[in-house]
Design a protein around this ligand. Sequence first.
Ligand SMILES: [Zn+2]
Length: 294
Amino acid sequence: MSAVQILSSSTSAVLQLPGGWFRNNAGWVSGRDGVLLVDTFATEERSRELLDAVAAVIPDGGSLRAVLTHAHGDHANGARQVAERGGEVLASPSAGAVVAAGPHLYPGVFECSTWGDVTPPESTTPVVEPLRLDLGGIEAHVLPVPGTAHTDGDLVVWVPDDGVLFTGDLLFDGVCPLAFSGSVTGWAAALDWLAGFGAATLVPGHGPVSAVEEGLIGRVQGYLRWLLEVADGPEELPELAALARDRHPGWLDPERHVVNLAVARAEVRGTPFDLVAAMGAALAEVGGPIRLDV
Ligand SMILES: [Zn+2]
């Protein structure tokens, strides 16, 4: 179940706690002239509920736009429903291309009987530079993340009047980050950029909303830097993954550590990242495909 957390008179987060696999956060910014939705959900039904909640805050005659912070299916699978309700879907060019080639359901990795119809939208509007959207009395800024971070096409949404930053999957709280389609080095650097916003409130891609002084940016950055530090050592990756579990005992989905370590090792050694082998190691830890219906 998702829950709406009101952050201001115009900005709300929609949380799927505690936020593990395919349980991401979304949110919206609403003004007199329209609403900007930030991300959708993984399944048809959950996205429909989200869009019903959004419909209730769209002013009469107002516009609906949605921004996909990146192409991963948990955030993007409901995009077609935005278009079906007359809305425009914004995404980075690379995320738009990935979404268009989907849906990506990875049947050997995940078991899920509740996807429903998650056919991608016919088109997305590419965001190639910072975009200031005047929603009527409130602005939302859609900003490309520099370089490759969580993916090679991440966007964040900044609401300066409210001090709220929707970070997409640049931040995870209480859930192991996941770097398989990005760059550990680039992600760690992008978090310096993220810290520069001076946001008061952070809406991570997964996990609870947090005040900036709770230190979430530093915790995720510290983890990414640790990955890079240890990745070039002599230890086997499962051995390092066990160390990572000990360092972060409260994080959900710890099978991701071995994947992240494989990404980091490829980066520091300049070797190709083998996604199939890395996911195989993660699935070996959990004993088979990851069930999403539970
Ligand atoms: Zn993601």
